[in-house]
Write a protein that binds this ligand. Structure first.
Ligand code: GTP
Length: 453
């Protein structure tokens, strides 16, 4: 503060992790395999970059704002043309400025009152014999608008599969059994199978044992202790993303395996930031996939952010450098750079990320100021390995876990928190722009344990 730094919520933690040696014998093949699985689910086949790649005229838009929304927006302006990626000059010079859409004018003229034009009705008309009135079904009453779920309700619904599976098994385990060594061992196994990790599983069984050893135990007892212990693990990592706005821009580099939700998360973050009045620029550093460029452009348009992109297959580090210069010149508050999650091989991907970090450092030795990694909760243990790989190469200093909606593997976040101790800034529970929320330890722990808050 004394240095004149302005910190905001969305305040950015600046915790650079102590660099670690890459894990011995890292199984990148499994990483890629998981990535490919996610890819086939999320996007059509991709092609390997040709020697002189060009953007196709029509590109996939998987993973962006929902197709319905984008189609509607496109149709309004150019009904004959499918959405196409704008042509961007080779040197990433084109910057697309977008303005938030203005609401349409919906004023109506005055309407004469019904009494002015229709004779007053006086009760039911008596029809001559031989006629009958047609039975008209009364207009159904318009349904009262559904109450909006609170964030915790949405989180709980998203983690329902994780919690119901676990609590169901725990309840069955303690039916007519006291807490002894056997039940404690079985409970530990259940907790490990739920991806919570050995360390947290032992914490929970230890706490339960010291409170209720030799006594009857109910599912509620276990849930309460489980929530308390998980909260202890998560509290230190549940931090707000601290932005140092004195940088102009604060640079956020987003990394992660393809399909983990990088681009979508960037869109959601941009919506939050620009919604609070900050000037945001989005850079399409995933030059490996045409759809990723198009998808980010759509998010930029949608969130009123400036977009900078380049051609498919172009040098991502060059784009990052240009974007940083441009964002400085335009005095953007925040620059968010998307990156590829997959290249032809691991070595190339890692070299590209390292180069991006290096090149940004030429313009500001502290940049990138935040390196965020997105993790797909549905990949379970694989997410753990991904953190190890990316934090070593790109200096990841914060995490966002996506796809916590509907997965039975939400426990992995706890294991990752216990092992890596990296801040978890946000979690994603859906594809929509509002489906990203700051990570709260108690909420998450209660949702996993299936208890109310
Ligand atoms: N259910 C759910 N889907 C999500 C969430 N976040 C992202 N997705 C979806 O996951 C898919 C992949 O998201 P992307 O943002 O394209 O992932 P990416 O990491 O940028 O992928 P690449 O561009 O291939 O590297 C898309 O269909 C997204 O809509 C989430 O929190 N919940």
């Amino acid at each position: 503060m004394a240095l004149g730094f302005i910190k905001k919520v969305f305040t950015f933690g600046k915790e650079k992790p102590a660099s670690e040696k890459p894990p011995e014998g890292e199984d990148f093949a499994s990483l890629i395999e998981a990535a490919e699985k996610a890819e086939t689910e999320a996007t059509p086949e991709e092609t390997v970059i040709a020697a002189e790649p060009v953007l196709p005229e029509v590109v996939e838009t998987a993973g962006g704002p929902s197709p319905d929304e984008t189609v509607e927006e496109e149709q309004a302006s150019a009904p004959q043309e499918p959405p196409a990626v704008p042509e961007v000059p080779q040197e990433a010079e084109a910057v697309f400025h977008t303005q938030p859409e203005q609401p349409a004018d919906v004023s109506h003229g005055e309407i004469a009152s019904q009494e002015d034009i229709a004779p007053e009705k006086e009760g039911p008309v008596a029809l001559p014999r031989g006629f009958a009135t047609v039975e008209t079904t009364p207009e159904p009453e318009t349904e009262a608008p559904k109450e909006k779920l609170t964030w915790f309700q949405r989180l709980k619904a998203g983690l329902f599969r994780t919690s119901s599976q676990l609590t169901g098994q725990i309840a069955a385990l303690f039916t007519k059994r006291k807490l002894d060594e056997d039940t404690l061992d079985e409970l530990e196994d259940l907790l490990i199978q739920a991806d919570l990790g050995v360390e947290t599983a032992m914490r929970i069984t230890g706490a339960l044992s010291s409170e209720r050893y030799g006594k009857d135990v109910s599912g509620e007892d276990v849930a309460r202790i489980m929530a308390a212990e998980i909260t202890k693990v998560l509290k230190p990592v549940a931090k707000p993303l601290a932005l140092d706005l004195s940088h102009k821009p604060h640079v956020i580099l987003v990394v992660g395996v393809n399909g983990t939700g990088k681009t979508t998360t960037i869109g959601k973050l941009a919506a939050k930031l620009s919604g609070s009045g900050l000037k945001v620029m989005l850079a399409a550093g995933d030059t490996f996939r045409a759809a990723a460029i198009e998808q980010l452009k759509i998010w930029a348009d949608r969130t009123g952010s400036t977009f900078i992109g380049t051609k498919l297959g172009a040098d991502a580090a060059g784009l990052a450098y240009d974007a940083f210069e441009k964002a400085k010149a335009e005095k953007s508050d925040v620059l968010i750079i998307d990156t590829a999650g997959r290249l032809q091989n691991k070595a190339e991907l890692m070299a590209e990320l390292e180069k991006i970090v290096r090149v940004l450092g030429k313009l500001d030795p502290e940049a990138p100021h935040t390196v965020l990694q997105t993790l797909d909760a549905t990949t379970g243990q694989n997410a753990m390995n991904q953190v190890e790989i990316f934090r070593n190469v790109a200096g990841v200093n914060g995490l966002i876990m996506t796809k916590l909606d509907g997965t039975a593997r939400g426990g992995i976040l706890v294991a990752i928190a216990a092992k890596h101790k990296l801040p978890v800034y946000f979690i994603g529970v859906g594809e929509g722009v509002d489906d990203l929320e700051p990570f709260e330890a108690e909420d998450f722990a209660s949702a996993i344990a299936g208890i109310a808050r």
